[in-house]
Structure formats: structure tokens, C-alpha cells
Ligand binder design. Structure first.
Ligand code: ZN
Length: 370
């Protein structure tokens, strides 16, 4: 009975892989081959239009179908390593003018060779193509929605909902881990940092913490207030995390121009995590003493006007310290912007343009004794 099952599996394998070979003296070899294939959960790997065999790098697209508005293609690369291993997805460009994070993934497309990889790397360099094309910060200009707030998506919604649905189905459901890369948008003067999401599941949280430390950015925001319901996960990282897949978000780059050092830090961070996950490469020394940020205080504009920052990104500010001034269009002071708590300027508004409700600065409150 056992050998029949084996033979059936072998026949199925030969049918699936094409060329049939004669049975006979080589049968022991076939059994080994069958065993090796049975141990490989992904002889091929498909994301959208990209199907890769082991040892291949394949370029394709996730097709977002037309609905109440236009459809579009989200570019994707599948690097299906020569040997089995974890499936890591790396996404950027949910905000299509956070350029350093996009260029980081472009760098990975060239740098990672499938022969060196154990496992599979799914690369999505530009989720929000309409934002990239039209240089629109924060949102998808097609439906005016942030492309990191509508997961797990909806096939019947507007373009952002449908794109989010495709990414959940094609990428999140197939990966073991996800890294979502962001950075300072056109109006954000940001210092680099990662987020570590705390779910309350000790094993998963230890796993994701080790990934964040391996990634290597030395400021880490502890994120404990993200949704727990996988049906209302909102964020991309959270969509993977609420499905039991240790994942995280990292940010570097700011305010338009690509500083190649920022892109390189993100790209090197991904290589570090790949090494940590035993997907290939050298394990870099994990961070020993990162700055843990336990709370983010966002300062918002009370009225329309013009913003004049008085501190730079990464400044350490005392409670009550001034971080900027809002004036009217005739340079008359309207609002003194002060820090309600002591902390680090994680980002500060990079442009004078200001509407009521815009974020002026984000202050990271450092965890003491952490
Ligand atoms: Zn972003």
C-alpha cells in the first residue's frame, strides 16, 4: 500500500513536471527525486502574472481589474531561490512619492540572485503607481485614499480597495513574512526608524522583534495599538501580522530627492533580514542598544497658514520646547508650536504649505529603561 502511494505520487510528479523517464534501475534515484520534490512546498511560485521555477527571477504584474474606476498593473518581481526556504515579501511605494524606499526595492531587484537564495523573495517596488506618476503625496489620486489604510481590501470598492484586495490575496496569503518600506513623503523631514508591532502573542512578537533588530535601524517605535482583527487590518504590515506572519514596517528617506544612503540602508536592512531568516547571505550583527520609542505624539495644524520649523529632524526636545511657528500669509504669528512631551523629532513638516489638520511634527517619546 505504501509503495503504491509512492508510485502514484511519482506518476503525478512526472505528469506535473513533463518529461517521463523509464522506470527500472534508476528507480531508487526517482524515489529520492520524489522525496526531494515532496519536501519542496513550492516547485514553482506564482504572484499575479509572474510564475518562477526554482532558480529564476521573473518580472510581472498584479492586475487590479477595472471597477467603479480604472484598473492598473502593480509591478512585481518573484525571485524563486534555487533552494526551498521562507517566503519574504518586500513592498514599497504605497505612498508613491516616498522615493528612497522605492529605489531601495529597485536595488534589490538587481542585487539578489536566485542562485544565492534559499526561499522566495516577492518584490513590489511601487504599489501606488498613480501617486508615483502624478507626484501625489499621501494618497492614490484616483480615489483620494491612502494606500496603507484600506486592507485587507474589497474587490467591489474603489481602486485602492481593489488593489489592497489583490495584494492580500496574491502576496500576504502566500508569504511567511512581510517588510513594508516607507519614508518621509514630500512634506516630511524624517529620521529613519522601524516599527515593531506587539500583538500579545509572545512567540510571534519575539520573532518579529528579532527581524526588526536584524534590519538594523537604530530607532524602533513600539506599536501596540494596531487593529487585531484580520478582517479590518487597515495597514499592509498589519494584514500579515494579524494572519500570524511576523512582519514589520521601516522608514528612511525624506522630502523628495533620493539620498542614496537612505535607499542603501533599507536595501541592506532587507538583506540582513534575509540572512537572519537563513535565506542566504551573511548574518549581520543585530542591534545591541536601539532607542525604543514607546509613544508617538503627533502635532497638527490648528488652522491654515505657513509653517516655519525651528528644529531639525532627530532633535531631542524638552517638554514645552518650541518646534516651529505657524504664521498667516503676511507673516503674522498665528500659532506657537510646542512639544507637549519630551522626545525625539521623528519627522517635522518640510514645507511651508499648511492646511488645518496637517501634521506638523511627530515626537517619539523614549521608553525609559528599555
Ligand atoms: Zn508611507
Amino acid at each position: 500500500m505504501k509503495s503504491h502511494t509512492c508510485r502514484a505520487a511519482l506518476v503525478a510528479l512526472l505528469v506535473a513536471t513533463g518529461p517521463a523517464e523509464a522506470t527500472g534501475p534508476a528507480e531508487a534515484g526517482h524515489d529520492r527525486q520524489a522525496a526531494a520534490s515532496a519536501a519542496d512546498p513550492h516547485p514553482t511560485f506564482t504572484v499575479g502574472t509572474a510564475t518562477a521555477q526554482r532558480g529564476q527571477k521573473v518580472y510581472g504584474a498584479l492586475k487590479v481589474p477595472a471597477g467603479s474606476d480604472a484598473g492598473y498593473d502593480i509591478p512585481v518581481v518573484v525571485i524563486h531561490g534555487a533552494r526551498p526556504g521562507p517566503v519574504l515579501a518586500v513592498a514599497s511605494g504605497a505612498h508613491g512619492s516616498e522615493y528612497a524606499s522605492i529605489i531601495a526595492v529597485e536595488m534589490l531587484i538587481d542585487a539578489v540572485k536566485p542562485d544565492d537564495v534559499a526561499g522566495t523573495l516577492i518584490l513590489l517596488p511601487i504599489i501606488n503607481v498613480p501617486s508615483f506618476e502624478r507626484i501625489t503625496p499621501h494618497v492614490n489620486p484616483t480615489d483620494n485614499k491612502s494606500m496603507n489604510r484600506f486592507y485587507p481590501g474589497d474587490p467591489k470598492g474603489t481602486q485602492t480597495d481593489r488593489a489592497s484586495y489583490e495584494i492580500t490575496k496574491e502576496v500576504i496569503d502566500q508569504c511567511d513574512h512581510l517588510i513594508d518600506l516607507h519614508g518621509g513623503d514630500l512634506d516630511e523631514n524624517l529620521r529613519p526608524y522601524s516599527y515593531w508591532t506587539v500583538t500579545g502573542n509572545q512567540k510571534q512578537d519575539d520573532f518579529s522583534r528579532a527581524m526588526v533588530l536584524a534590519f538594523g535601524l537604530d530607532h524602533i517605535i513600539i506599536s501596540a495599538d494596531r487593529p487585531k482583527d484580520p478582517k479590518a487590518s487597515r495597514y499592509l504590515e498589519n494584514t500579515a501580522t494579524t494572519r500570524g506572519k511576523p512582519s514589520f514596517t521601516a522608514e528612511a528617506g525624506r522630502s523628495g530627492p533620493v539620498e542614496i544612503g537612505d535607499a542603501a540602508r533599507l536595501s541592506a536592512g532587507v538583506r540582513n533580514v534575509m540572512a537572519h531568516l537563513k535565506m542566504g547571505g551573511t548574518v549581520a550583527a543585530p542591534l545591541r542598544n536601539p532607542v525604543w520609542v514607546e509613544k508617538i505624539v503627533s502635532l497638527t495644524a490648528e488652522r491654515d497658514g505657513m509653517f516655519h520649523p525651528t528644529v531639525d529632524r532627530d532633535a531631542h526636545v524638552a517638554k514645552g520646547a518650541r518646534v516651529g511657528i505657524v504664521t498667516d500669509y503676511l507673516n503674522r504669528p498665528l500659532q506657537d508650536v510646542v512639544a507637549p512631551e519630551a522626545g525625539i523629532i521623528m519627522f517635522i513638516r518640510a514645507l511651508p504649505s499648511l492646511k488645518k489638520g496637517d501634521t506638523l511634527a511627530s515626537i517619539g517619546v523614549v521608553k525609559m529603561g528599555g
